[in-house]
Design a protein around this ligand. Structure first.
Ligand SMILES: Cc1cc2nc3c(=O)[nH]c(=O)nc-3n(C[C@H](O)[C@H](O)[C@H](O)COP(=O)(O)OP(=O)(O)OC[C@H]3O[C@@H](n4cnc5c(N)ncnc54)[C@H](O)[C@@H]3O)c2cc1C
Length: 496
């Protein structure tokens, strides 16, 4: 289909891709667009992950879209509810008929002469190759590999006779009723799985090498419940959203400025929920500062409840080797397990694995510098969505999609076709993702970088980004707007 051309091609039909399509529909109704999705379903993360208890760990008033209220008082929603919310949004905005499922985008080539991307996709159902062109390419591909979760080397695992499961590929037929389960890991997935499995398992042990900060928050938002009865849905949503943005910003800033105080508060919160005499320092007091890695939220303290009731326990130790019946630890203790779950994380993947070429030259991602956290230096008419790490993903996804619409309207208004970010004048670079979690450290070198100052740097601060992205200037030192040329390159006539 070489003649297939759209103004905007969105890659990915997850939370971000559906949101991007809705923004286009609202802000640029004249633009044609398509969404290419590798899988056969809408929802991305919220469709892929099916482990017991799967839920958000940030509140739905900020994980929901700015333009479509989350109307339930449940702040922490389960995976199915989030999936439905994304699907309903797609239906409401008539996005569905623009999605081409089972299309995995493999490469995209930009030609400055025509000011177009030529995009190659493989059909995952028929193995056909499909070629489309577009004027603007918008990658909403998430940040990790879908085909394989991360599993570290597990010494002697072949000797283990029980079931070994990764949460990213939860088997439909796995029944954990009455079973002894060991969950390896201490991140968001592990703290979600442990209380959920503990409802039916004989016992669940969370085996962690080192602790994570765990904070109990109410699963329902009292303010949301009260406002819903008094205000229209949009107004109530907006108030609760900003309240939560404010709380998470204060939490993050306080953690950065007074880490010792926040550490003490988190320790005290955990201690209050655990049995008297429990070794809080060993199991719930990490060595790193709060927000060097993501904080784990447990709704209504469900993890602590399971520990208190003896249905679950936490062991902080390292694995010496697997045995036929479980795991032997460095301390010499042995954990018997019918099921071992490796909640050991994700494999980061930039741009869903697609490669970019600009005028015949391959784009080397680590050599590029992110502009406003959403475009790449030297790559024209291209944006990507990477959500916040210290707040809900969607807050940033909404800002990025809104900004793309602003850019498209600006190009039309000024009779130009091409917008290209420039690299910062100095050579200093910082990582694009400012977290010290294992999954980030393993892959950060393969990702684009940021500069040290705006507009090449985002500060993980939503209020600041609202000013920059919704109300800030489109034209600045970090970007060049040009016209298409017939000769094969865009002109250097900058519109500033
Ligand atoms: C278990 C889990 C829990 C999480 N909980 C939270 C939370 O509580 N709060 C929060 O803010 N964030 C959370 N996150 C982060 C989460 O990924 C985001 O909330 C959000 O779902 C990301 O949406 P997305 O659309 O950008 O990416 P994804 O959900 O990853 O969707 C990307 C889509 O793009 C498609 N795709 C990828 N590559 C290609 C390609 N080459 N061609 C075609 N299609 C492609 C994929 O198939 C997928 O459908 C969580 C992540 C995980 C894994």
């Amino acid at each position: 289909m070489p003649s297939d051309h759209v103004d905007v091609l969105i890659i990915g039909a997850g939370l971000s891709g559906i949101g991007a399509a809705c923004h286009l529909r609202r802000d640029c109704p004249d633009k044609t667009y398509a969404v290419l999705e590798a899988r056969d379903a809408i929802g991305g993360t919220w469709d892929l992950f099916r482990y017991p208890g799967i839920r958000s760990d940030s509140d739905m008033f900020t994980l929901g879209y700015s333009f479509r209220p989350w109307t339930d008082a449940t702040a922490i929603a389960d995976g199915a509810a989030i999936r439905e919310y994304v699907r309903d949004t797609a239906r409401e905005y008539d996005v569905q008929r623009h999605i081409r499922f089972s299309h995995r985008v493999t490469r995209a080539e930009w030609d400055s002469g025509t000011a177009r991307w030529t995009v190659h996709a493989e059909r995952t159902d028929t193995a056909e190759t499909v070629v489309l062109t577009c004027s603007f390419l918008f990658a909403c591909t998430g940040y990790y590999r879908y085909d394989e979760g991360y599993t570290p080397t597990l010494p002697g695992v072949d000797a283990y006779a029980g079931r070994l499961v990764h949460p990213q590929h939860w088997p439909d037929d796995l029944d954990h009723t009455g079973q002894r389960v060991v969950v390896i890991g201490s991140g968001a997935t592990a703290v979600t799985l442990v209380p959920a499995l503990a409802q039916r398992a004989a016992h669940v042990t969370m085996l962690q090498r080192s602790p994570t900060y765990v904070i109990a928050l109410p699963s329902r938002d009292r303010l949301a419940g009260a406002l819903r009865r008094r205000l229209p849905a949009n107004a109530a949503y907006s108030v609760v959203r900003w309240k939560n943005v404010l709380l998470s910003t204060v939490n993050f800033q306080l953690s950065r400025r007074a880490p010792a105080l926040v550490k003490r508060l988190l320790r005290r919160g955990a201690k209050r929920q655990l049995p008297v005499g429990y070794d809080v320092d060993r199991h719930f007091s990490p060595r790193y500062d709060p927000w060097d890695q993501r904080l784990c939220v447990v709704p209504d303290g469900d993890l602590f409840t399971a520990v208190r009731q003896g249905r679950a326990s936490v062991v902080t130790d390292t694995i010496d080797a697997f045995t036929a019946h479980g795991v032997r630890l460095a301390s010499g203790d042995e954990l018997s397990a019918d099921i071992v779950v490796t909640a050991t994380g994700l494999n980061l993947l930039a741009l869903g694995g697609l490669t970019l070429r600009v005028d015949g030259v391959d784009v080397d991602l680590p050599e590029t510098v992110a502009y406003k956290g959403m475009m790449l230096s030297g790559v024209p008419n291209f944006a990507l969505t990477l959500g916040y790490t210290n707040a809900s993903w969607t807050l940033k996804a909404d800002l990025v999609a809104g900004y793309v619409c602003r850019l498209l309207r600006h190009l039309d208004r000024t009779g130009q076709q091409v917008v290209t970010p420039l690299p910062p004048p100095d050579a200093r670079r910082v990582p694009l993702i400012d977290l010290r979690s294992g999954y980030v450290l393993r892959s950060v070198d393969a990702l684009p970088r940021q500069g040290e100052r705006a507009p090449w740097r985002l500060y993980q601060n939503y209020a600041r980004d609202v000013l920059l992205m919704r109300h800030g200037r489109l034209t600045d030192e970090g970007v060049r707007f040009t016209r298409r040329t017939r000769q094969g390159r865009s002109t250097d006539r900058a519109e500033v």
